[in-house]
Ligand binder design. Structure first.
Ligand SMILES: N[C@@H](CCC(=O)N[C@@H](CS)C(=O)NCC(=O)O)C(=O)O
Length: 232
């Protein structure tokens, strides 16, 4: 499916829509229309918008899954280069257009820092407020756990599928993406949630078995004056 791209509804109006002459964007939530607002990168890089009807299940198809591993929006296709996740898309477009991001390494790192802050630090809290205020979340505390576990299992199934065809998330080589994912997976390391996901569990074990990883944990224990093994 050449030249398609998805725009996340919450980002509509932001200055980072779609790059490339053959990019399109899907609207995520029917019947809410997706509006693409002209922006510096979008003006520099022509794009096309393609909407998907979420309610009608258009994001749930196998075809869509091929370009969006979690069947979510947004995803973009820039002349065959497909990339998902809001933060990655925004950074890619800014880098490609050469606007809204400094050229030097430190400046780009600073922009990456604040992109991560928005998506990873601020958004999880605000999203919960939005959902609760919107009446979509009526349970509290332990009542929420089964739903969260179910959601985690859905995510793990996607990671399992991804990791069954390659050893690491981004390909053949261990990258910082694996450091990020392993760090996040450690949050549930004292549960048995990963057990049914053999490739994912193997990946998690391989990443943690790396000498550098072990050295890092060891250094942490020493710094914290913690008993040996406390950080595992
Ligand atoms: N981490 C993803 C989250 C994207 C996301 O949550 N997209 C929502 C729409 S705003 C979606 O597609 N939800 C449908 C689903 O998860 O099934 C990102 O930042 O791009």
């Amino acid at each position: 499916m050449p030249g398609l791209a998805l725009v996340r509804n919450s980002l509509i109006g932001a200055a980072h829509q779609i790059p490339s002459a053959c990019a399109e964007s899907y609207k995520p939530w029917s019947p809410i229309p997706t509006t693409v607002v002209g922006s510096p990168p979008a003006l520099l890089l022509p794009y096309r918008v393609h909407g998907l009807d979420y309610v009608a299940g258009e994001t749930k198809t196998d075809d869509y899954r091929r370009i969006s591993p979690f069947n979510q929006v947004p995803v973009i296709d820039d002349d065959g280069f497909i990339i998902a996740e809001t933060g990655a898309i925004v950074l890619y477009i800014a880098e490609k257009a050469g606007v809204l991001i400094p050229a030097n390494l430190e400046g780009r790192a600073r922009v990456t820092q604040w992109c991560c802050t928005a998506l990873n630090n601020i958004e999880p809290t605000l999203l919960q407020i939005q959902v609760i205020n919107g009446g979509g979340e009526k349970t509290t505390g332990a009542q929420r756990l089964p739903g969260l576990v179910e959601r985690a299992r859905e995510k793990f199934a996607v990671l399992e599928e991804q990791l069954s065809s390659r050893p690491y998330l981004a390909g053949e080589d261990f990258t910082v993406a694996d450091i990020m994912m392993t760090t996040v997976l450690r949050e549930i390391r004292k549960t048995d949630l990963l057990a049914p996901f053999l490739a994912l569990k193997d990946y998690f074990d391989r990443c943690q078995a790396r000498q550098t990883w072990q050295r890092t944990l060891k250094a942490y224990e020493v710094r914290m004056n913690a008993p040996e093994g406390a950080a595992h």
